[in-house]
Design a protein. Structure first.
Length: 211
């Protein structure tokens, strides 16, 4: 299993601290202090293992097909609505979800905007407006599509791996959000949405809509 490079600063230091504390616990004569070192060392080990799980980059087979629009992330559909003349699918990512995002369609990145903001919980109706986010605009021969990475209560950083002018294939990796968060997919009104509220979706695999 591959690990995203963004996870290395969390994983390696935690493992190092864990090894030092656990090793030290066996050489300390004071029983109480030895147990404290062992306990704290194991906590750091659990955190390191969690980060390995969180920053995983599983190998997948991208779904292919004419006119299909793929889910940009793993998570649970929490709302399907309309905003500013487009259909919007809002997807919640828990801390257990794969946290990298993928392009829903093939096309050219025409704009990327970073917006500083708050860190409201994903279920707050103002989160998609007020929270920190990256907004990707992708255009192809069919229409314009927008992917919003939205930081959440725990998530504190949206990371972009692409730049304006990049030409993408559907399913290409475009970025990640560190820890639990939300991703919005904006679609033209002509698109037929194929998923519903509560559905579990997977980036690059689930067909969210077609056009």
């Amino acid at each position: 299993m591959r690990i995203l490079k963004e996870g290395i600063p969390f994983i390696l230091p935690s493992l190092l601290v864990s090894v030092v504390l656990v090793t030290a616990s066996f050489s300390i004569s004071n029983y109480g202090l030895s147990n404290i070192c062992l306990a704290v060392g194991l906590i750091f080990l659990v955190f390191a293992l969690f980060c390995v799980f969180f920053f995983r980059d599983p190998k997948i087979t991208i779904t292919r097909g004419d006119g299909i629009i793929l889910s940009p992330c793993n998570g649970t559909v929490m709302e399907i609505t309309e905003d500013d003349g487009m259909q919007v699918i809002r997807i919640f990512l828990s801390v257990f979800s794969v946290h990298l995002q993928r392009s829903p369609v093939s096309g050219t990145v025409t704009n990327i905007v970073h917006k500083d903001g708050k860190f409201l919980a994903a279920w707050n109706p103002r989160a998609h407006i007020e929270n920190e986010q990256n907004i990707f605009t992708i255009q192809n021969e069919n229409s314009i599509f927008i992917v919003r990475q939205i930081a959440g209560l725990v998530a504190r950083r949206c990371v972009s791996w692409v730049k304006t002018g990049d030409v993408l294939k559907a399913g290409d990796k475009i970025g990640m959000i560190k820890f639990s968060s939300q991703v919005d997919l904006h679609l033209p009104k002509t698109a037929e949405v194929l998923i519903k509220l509560g559905d579990k979706v997977k980036a690059g695999i689930t067909i969210a809509a077609k056009i």
